[in-house]
Ligand binder design. Structure first.
Ligand SMILES: NC(=O)c1ccc[n+]([C@@H]2O[C@H](COP(=O)([O-])OP(=O)(O)OC[C@H]3O[C@@H](n4cnc5c(N)ncnc54)[C@H](OP(=O)(O)O)[C@@H]3O)[C@@H](O)[C@H]2O)c1
Length: 254
């Protein structure tokens, strides 16, 4: 189902995710601190959305065909038939974005989080909020001060933490598939409606939603990002620190 998606932010994450969602047919509105910059950003996103196939449509159309990325066959055909449905990308103030979105994505830097939420105002109350934020300095991340919790308390919205584990360039991939496996995206939140919306947004990227537990587990997702970013910056292959599922200790050998 197509949605109106408001994005608080007009930077890299807003660009990467919002372009993909516009491609999938949603209407998107972005916001930064300067409306003329956000308007230019929205125009670039509209152009990019119209010029490439939707990752989610390509993956679902290719399901069962053995084609993972929609480069050939069924994926492209499905996208051509959807071309006229692609969403627009608009720009507005933080308050306008909060009013506009059936779902509102929080994609600003930690330094601007409180100002942005206050500028967005009362329209966020009771709304589905997708929180993609991470701590500005992963080395100083304090698990007792979760950004997701702060966002929920200040806004009164139903927060789902998501999309914070991967670099912005991963969210530009159409679709993010590694070694033949679509990227799995953990979601932490309590509200069933907000979680349903978040699952749709994950699927539209060509990714697989994973239940990460309730809102209280969002801090663990933030801590995981801080830890992984530390490993990546030290040059380690962070993906290599986890065993595959059969060796996780949860599966008995056959
Ligand atoms: N980049 C990544 O790889 C990545 C990955 C996962 C999660 N995240 C998280 O996603 C969030 C957005 O990241 P991003 O890469 O999109 O950042 P970005 O490109 O720097 O954009 C940040 C956005 O925040 C807005 N903002 C509002 N108040 C601000 C302030 N006081 N200082 C700085 N910016 C302010 C900016 O407004 P203007 O448009 O007016 O500048 C801009 O729209 C961050 O919390 C980040 O930790 C980032």
């Amino acid at each position: 189902m197509d949605m109106r998606i408001g994005i608080l932010g007009a930077g890299g994450m807003a660009d990467a995710l919002g372009t993909q969602w516009a491609r999938a047919g949603h209407e998107v509105m972005v916001s930064g601190r300067d409306l003329s910059r956000s308007t230019a950003q929205a125009a670039r996103m509209s152009t990019a959305a119209a010029s490439a196939p939707s990752a989610g449509a390509a993956v679902s159309a290719s399901a069962g065909t053995g084609v993972v990325a929609g480069v050939a066959g069924a994926g492209v055909v499905a996208e051509v038939s959807r071309a006229g449905e692609r969403g627009r990308v608009l720009a507005g103030s933080f308050a306008e974005v909060a009013e506009f979105g059936e779902v509102v994505v929080v994609a600003v830097r930690e330094a601007g989080l409180l100002d942005t939420l206050h500028a967005a105002g009362l329209a966020l109350r009771g709304k589905a909020l997708i929180d993609v934020t991470n701590a500005a300095n992963p080395k100083e991340y304090d698990i007792t001060h979760s950004l997701a919790r702060l966002i929920g308390e200040v806004s009164g919205g139903h927060v789902v933490k998501a999309f914070n584990l991967c670099h912005v360039d991963v969210w530009r991939m159409t679709p993010p598939v590694f070694d033949g496996r679509p990227l799995a995206v953990p979601l932490c939140g309590d509200d069933p409606g907000a979680l349903t919306a978040a699952r749709t947004l994950v699927t539209d990227l060509g990714c697989t939603p994973v239940d990460g537990g309730g809102a209280e587990r969002a801090a663990l997702l933030e801590a995981t990002a801080a830890f992984m970013i530390g490993l990546w910056f030290s040059g380690a292959d962070a993906q290599a620190v986890l065993p595959p599922l059969p060796s996780s200790g949860t599966h008995q050998p056959a």
